[in-house]
Design a protein around this ligand. Sequence first.
Ligand code: TTP
Ligand code: MG
Length: 360
Amino acid sequence: MAEKKRIILHVDMDHFFTAIEEREHPEYRGKPVIVGADPKEGKGRGVVSTCNYEARKYGVRSGMPISKAWKLCQHAIYLPVNYELYTRVSERIMAILRKYADKFESWGIDEAFLDVTSKVKDYAEAEALARQIKREIIEKEGLTCSIGIGPNKLIAKIASDYQKPDGLTVVREEEAEKFLAPLPVRKLLWVGRKTEQKLRAMGIKTIGDLARRDPTVLTETFGVMGTQLYLMAHGIDKSEVEEQRQIKSISRDITFEEDTSDFNLVLNTLERLAEEVHKDLTGQQLYFKTVTLRVRYENFETHTHSKTLPFITNRLQDLKKTAKELIQDYLKPERKIRLVGVRVSNFVSAEKQKPLVITS
Ligand code: TTP
Ligand code: MG
C-alpha cells in the first residue's frame, strides 16, 4: 500500500507581541500599538519588534528604526518588549498546539508546524481541526492566529501567511502549483533580496515564472540552491516536521528593516538581543560558556563567530561584553548590515552545577 499522504498545518500568531499587549490593556484596542525600543521623541535608538495592524496602515514594520516609526506614526502607543510575558504566553500556546499533532515543531516564539496525518482522514477534516485549534486559542488565550494547511511544510507556511490576520487557507497537493504561481518568488522561504534581484534580472518575478524555467539553467546559475528553488516552485518539499530535542542553544536575531551602517543602532540592537537571550536563560535556569555572534551583510554574506569563555556564567554583563567584542571585526563603514544575532550555548544546568556557578 502506498504511504499515506502527509497533511501539515502551520500556525502563526497574529501580530504576536502587540496582540498580547492589547489583551492585557483593552484600552489600546483600535489604536496603533508599537512594541520595541523607546522612541525618545524621535531620538530613540533601536528598532521596532512588531506593531499591530493599525500601525501597519501607517507603514510601520518590524525591524524598522524606532525613529522612523516615530516619524510615520507619532500618536501610536509605544511599549517596551516584555519578553517574559510573551514567552509565558508562547509556552501555553505551544502546549495547546502540541496535543493536536502526531509530530510537532515550534518555530520561533509564535509559529509551529503540526503533522496531523494520522489525526485526520482528509483536508476537510484538517480544516475542521484547524477551526477547533483557532477556537481553543481564542477561548483560552484571547488571541487570534492564522493557519495554513498543505501537503508539506513549505506550502503550509506560505498558506498561513496568505490571509492574515485570523486566516485559514487550505491548499491541497493538486492545487499547490496553481496556488504558488502568482506569488512573488520572495515568498519561498529563503529567497533573499540578492537572489530575488538575480532572478528578476532573468525575468523571473513570480513563483510561476520560476517553475517554468529549465532546472539545469537554474542549477548553473545558483548551484544546489537552483535545484532547491526549482523543486520549491513546483511545491515540492520533503522535509519532516521535527520534534524538538533538549534545548541546545538560545538565540535571538533581528533583520533591520533597511540595511544599515549606523553602528550605534547595530550595537544598541545587539545589547537588546543579549538582554532578551539573558531573560530566557535565567527563566530556564541555565548557565552558558559559549557566545556566538551572527552578522549578515546586505549581500546576504553571513558570518558567525564564537567565543568560549574559560568559565561558566549566567551574567548579562559577560554576554554583552563578549557579543560586543565579537562584533568589532564586522563593523566596517563600507559594509551595510542586514541582520545581527546572538546565541548562547554549551549549557550547564543551574541545579546540577550550583557550586561551580560564578555569581555576583
Ligand atoms: P512575526 O510572526 O514575524 O510577526 P507578528 O506575529 O508580529 O505579525 P504577523 O501577524 O505578521 O505574524 O514575528 C513574531 C514575533 O516575533 C513578533 O510579534 C515580534 C517578534 N519579532 C521581532 O522581535 N523582530 C523581528 O524582526 C520580527 C520579524 C519579529
Ligand atoms: Mg506572527
